[in-house]
Write a protein that binds this ligand. Structure first.
Ligand SMILES: O=C(O)CCC(=O)C(=O)O
Length: 176
């Protein structure tokens, strides 16, 4: 966890709603194969290679889940006031499940198969790995009383796609 805090580049992104700009309620970072872009919310997150310590983690998480990964989006929740709202990770170019490695504060994770479905919750302790179908809606809930920090490393397997116009699509980049 400390290494993530100290050695990753952290970004405070913003989003627009009804013409106003708001801070995304968490910090993010990313690591991936050189040139590989995980693009969502109209923003690029281009990998520039793996530091050895994270490559080791990638191998461990790959062995634990039986998948191989080429990109990580890292979320840093500074306290329980940071969170992630309901969303899906069903962008074109993401294959297989997402593996979420949790570090630090235990937080509540919710998921449901879609709007109108019953939502369920799970506690994510430090060191746990959750595998997740990105088509399901999910959220990391706000917990106002929590003062401790949590980091989630969300391992993804991305592949190159082109859209109908022949231009690079939602995900752009090259796989080694
Ligand atoms: O931090 C978490 O556990 C959830 C992360 C997440 O939903 C995502 O990165 O899409």
């Amino acid at each position: 966890m400390q290494r993530c805090v100290e050695e990753l580049d952290w970004h405070a992104e913003t989003f627009s709603l009804f013409g106003r700009t708001h801070p995304v309620p968490r910090l993010i970072s990313w690591v991936g194969d050189p040139g590989l872009d995980y693009r969502y919310a109209a923003r690029s997150h281009v990998g520039c290679g793996w530091p050895a310590w994270l490559d080791g983690l990638r191998v461990l998480v790959g062995a634990a889940t039986g998948q191989s990964f080429n990109h990580i989006l890292v979320n840093r929740y500074r306290t329980g006031r940071d969170y992630m709202g309901w969303h899906r990770d069903d962008e074109r170019g993401v294959s297989g499940n997402i593996a979420v490695l949790s570090l630090g504060a235990e937080r509540r994770f919710g998921w449901r198969e879609g709007p109108g479905y019953r939502s369920r919750q799970l506690l994510l302790p430090s060191g746990s790995i959750l595998t997740l179908d990105g088509h399901w809606q999910h959220t990391l809930l706000r917990e106002r009383q929590c003062e401790a920090e949590r980091i989630s490393l969300t391992f993804r397997s991305l592949f190159n796609v082109k859209n109908k116009s022949g231009r690079q699509g939602i995900l752009a980049g090259t796989l080694a």
